[in-house]
Ligand binder design. Structure first.
Ligand code: SF4
Length: 392
């Protein structure tokens, strides 16, 4: 849900999320979640086997008991405070502001989901009182981009769902950021019924924006929030094309290799920018003005420009002469210009083949004697191919 605040393109029905290949880090995190579930699911941790835990936690058997005891220190007060639900699958419906427990055959099995419902799986839910509850999200591994617990849309929606499914007025949400040795940093925040109502309103807004065909909004969140659609998102694919070999594209060029790489990237970057500008225009055309950070708006503006073309239009020239009198010459620039291309075209009317080439050369040489041919030099960067063959 946190990603929804930044971009909704990935959540569109027509965007097919590719199956992610499981990474080593993801597998390690899943194992630790199962290990924590083992501890939360028993009333006495003596019943948790050291080998089974070590296998999930990826530690030595001899270290397992110490880790189990460390985890129990922070987990026990929570799991003793009411009925415990581990890996609880829920579905929240924005239209009815209700939630229900999903029938699920395995972890993250959302096949029971109905249209308009948002699925989620809660690591740990404890019903701490008749109208109060606790929602815990376990975090393992490096958590450099974690939102503050109160600002986590994901936890907020989980809290809303348990509140509606279990009839709660107040839900405490918590991160348990768990280290390899079993210690955890706990961050908590309490949501009352007003907070829950505001979250419901916010989720309704997100769902209604989702029906308006949202376009990609790329930014740091694509990576920081682990967007599942990165591999199929046109914005990210475009960016990858624009910076094919390294990102971001560098501006300091201090060796030939970097220079060659940047040169190869320029055309792709330009092509990408054309696409991005078109996407911005499409978005504004479809959705109307966009508010910018500095208070201004980005909008579609109709503009027109007038140019005068009196060439060959005798009546317009006469009208201009009549209106301007002696000042007419100042308004109209009489200019004679030519070029090698124009001369070539003109000679083609008079001769063909070698004769035409000879005639063209004679005219240019004549102009050279009259000092009418200027030689200027300038620099440009262009691809030079097969210099040896050219020189030979
Ligand atoms: S990669 Fe970024 S822009 Fe594309 S869908 Fe994901 S969050 Fe949106």
């Amino acid at each position: 849900m946190n990603l929804c605040e930044k971009c909704l393109f990935w959540a569109r029905e027509d965007v097919v999320i590719p199956q992610e290949e499981s990474s080593e880090a993801a597998n390690a995190g899943t194992g630790k979640h199962f290990a924590l579930e083992l501890i939360a699911g028993v009333s006495n941790t003596d019943n948790v086997g050291d080998s089974e835990f070590a296998n999930l936690w990826r530690c030595e058997d001899v270290d397992a008991r110490a880790i189990i005891n460390t985890v129990e220190c922070w987990l026990r007060p929570w799991i003793d405070s009411g009925p415990v639900y581990c890996e609880l699958p829920l579905a929240y419906c924005t239209k009815t502001d209700t939630a229900r427990e999903l029938y699920s055959k395995s972890a993250r099995d959302y096949s029971d989901l109905k249209p308009g419902e948002i699925p989620m799986t809660i690591d740990l839910f404890v019903q701490t009182g008749e109208a109060t509850g606790l929602v815990v999200d376990y975090k393992t591994g490096l958590q450099s981009t974690l939102d503050a617990v109160g600002a986590s849309s994901q936890l907020n929606v989980c809290a809303l769902a348990v509140a509606r499914a279990f009839g709660l007025d107040e839900v405490r949400i918590a991160y348990a950021i768990v280290a390899d040795d079993g210690h955890a940093r706990i961050e908590e925040h309490v949501l009352d019924s007003f907070d829950l109502a505001a979250i419901a309103e916010n989720v309704r807004g997100i769902m209604s924006r989702l029906t308006a065909n949202p376009q990609p909004h790329p930014g740091e969140h694509c990576k920081a929030k682990w967007c599942p659609a990165k591999r199929v998102c046109p914005a990210t694919i475009g960016l990858a094309k624009a910076t094919p070999e390294f990102a971001p594209m560098v501006m300091v060029i201090d060796d030939a290799e970097t220079c060659a790489k940047v040169h190869a990237q320029i055309a792709l970057a330009e092509e990408f920018l054309v696409g991005v500008k078109a996407a911005v225009k499409d978005y504004v055309t479809e959705n109307g003005a966009v508010q910018l950070d500095d208070g201004s708006t980005l909008e579609l503006v109709q503009k027109s420009r007038e140019t005068l073309d009196i060439d060959g239009n005798d009546k317009a020239v006469a009208a201009l002469k009549k209106a301007l009198g002696d000042a007419f010459q100042r308004a109209v620039h009489v200019k004679v210009s030519t070029s090698k291309e124009a001369i070539k075209a003109a000679t083609a009317q008079l001769a063909k083949g070698k004769e035409r080439v000879a005639l063209e050369r004679a005219i240019v040489e004549e102009l050279q004697t009259l000092n009418a041919v200027k030689l200027s030099t300038f620099e440009t960067v262009e691809v030079v191919r097969d210099r040896k063959r050219k020189a030979g």
